[in-house]
Write a protein that binds this ligand. Structure first.
Ligand code: AN7
Length: 419
């Protein structure tokens, strides 16, 4: 199994891979997992031997920080579809558009990629109870993986601000769901404090192991594109862990000599919760947390994203950007993706499509580009938003006539029948 250690992203101090740390004891900054790579890495089938291991997180086990594969807590996460979107290509005048559909994961979001690794590490650490703050999907995923591992689980969510599907998942998997009168940032502050108590194992994205699982999506895209990378990667930013995970995954491909370049990372936030966007456009070196966040994309309703530093680096170093889109643009993008391509995304998951539409219209990307949009969560996570934003149902009598009238097709039908 791979040898790895923890390295601080701020001061560079290094710690043993088996240390149970969520931040650097020396300076307080976040930790990254670094490997001593050897020839084991080239046992990963990559493109040479596609069939021997299924596409998914554990295909890349030589690049994951796990000691004993027999203890892995898994539901075959990853291996999600990369879907070509020819209708969007035609409408937007962009040569290649793909959706990486993370709604295909076991609990319906990309979080499962991180939780299979993170909960495995919780088991290794002998934890009693897992804990997280969440805008929804992290809680669904942690609840499911903790149930499978036989661990207790407590999730803190902002009261009344989490989507129905996510809440029902956390409840049915048996987590203690605590609805905090406050926002996500309050919840995260509290669980960070609680995690000093060794009974709690913290699984927010400050846990360095979660992002290790999430980086595998970058490897999958490379394989699904036949050993190539996109020009642009459009991705939502909430707490900013996932964009960092993709950055890491693509950098690995480069350091293994498999690609020469990295995709430009194009982050998207909601206008009502966009501290990283603001820092990006102002050229600031730090973010200013936003107190009163609001957006229909509740998954990314976050004002003080913990991974901001690496997210800004990722965007700048790849020549990408950060944009903020309005709730109207997000809802329009959700509808366009569903009605043109048959793909149902929750609002945060549709935000990269909103960015794609904006980028195509404003000429931010070239016509001959290859773009991959990360649809991070399934549309069924948040059915309420569709019912609120769609037209009413049409109530009809149980007879042909009433139905044809509702369809505004009554006249033609009558004509056909007369022959
Ligand atoms: C669908 O569940 O933060 O930038 O607590 O659910 O890595 O935070 C969810 C985040 C994008 C943002 N899309 O990812 C949580 C949580 C969906 C999400 C994001 C989330 P990060």
């Amino acid at each position: 199994m791979p040898k790895y250690r923890l390295r601080c992203i701020g001061c560079g101090a290094e710690y043993s891979g088996s240390a149970r740390l969520y931040s650097c004891p020396a300076c307080g900054d976040l930790l990254d997992v670094v490997y001593e790579l050897d020839d084991e890495v080239f046992k990963i089938p990559w493109l040479r031997n596609f069939e021997s291991r299924p596409l998914g997180v554990w295909r890349y086990r030589e690049l994951l920080p796990v000691e004993d594969l027999r203890r892995v807590v898994s539901m075959n996460e990853g291996g999600t579809r990369l879907i070509r979107c020819r209708n969007l290509e035609r409408e937007l005048g962009i040569k290649e558009v793909y959706v990486k559909y993370e709604g295909d994961n076991p609990t319906g979001s990309f979080k499962d990629r991180g939780m299979t690794v993170g909960v495995t590490k919780a088991v290794e650490a002998g934890a009693e109870m897992t804990i997280c703050a969440s805008t929804g999907n992290t809680s669904s995923s942690l609840a499911a993986y903790s149930a499978r591992a036989g661990l207790g689980c407590a999730v803190l969510v902002p009261s009344k601000k989490i989507a129905l599907g996510k809440l029902s998942q956390a409840l049915i998997h048996g987590a203690k769901v605590l609805a905090v009168r406050g926002n996500f940032d309050d919840c995260l502050r509290i669980v960070r404090e609680l995690s000093r108590d060794p009974r709690f194992y913290l699984l927010n994205s400050i846990n360095p192991f979660r992002l290790e699982g999430q980086k595998t999506a970058a490897y999958e895209i490379y394989e699904q594109l036949g050993g190539d990378i996109p020009d642009y990667l459009m991705i939502p930013i909430g707490n900013a862990g996932n964009i960092v995970a993709y950055w890491k995954g693509f950098r690995d491909l480069k350091s293994l000599g498999m690609v020469d370049e990295l995709p430009r990372l194009m982050g998207v936030q909601a206008e009502g919760a966009c501290p990283i966007y603001r820092a990006f456009v102002e050229g600031a070196n730090e973010i200013k947390p936003i107190e009163n966040v609001e957006t229909i994309a509740t998954a990314i309703r976050i004002g003080n994203p913990v991974n901001w530093k690496r997210a800004l680096r990722a965007v700048k170093e790849t020549g990408g950007l950060v944009e903020a889109v309005s709730d109207e643009e997000i809802l329009a993008a959700q509808r366009i993706l569903a009605s043109r391509e048959g793909i149902f995304a929750e609002p945060a998951g549709a935000s990269p499509i909103a960015l794609l539409i904006r980028a195509a219209r404003r000429g931010l990307i070239e016509h001959d580009s290859r773009v991959v949009c990360i649809v991070t969560g399934h549309g069924l996570k948040d059915p309420d938003i569709v019912l609120k934003s769609s037209g009413n149902l049409i109530e009809v009598d149980a007879e042909i006539d009433s139905i044809l009238r509702a369809l505004e097709m009554r006249d033609d039908y009558a004509a056909d029948n007369s022959h």
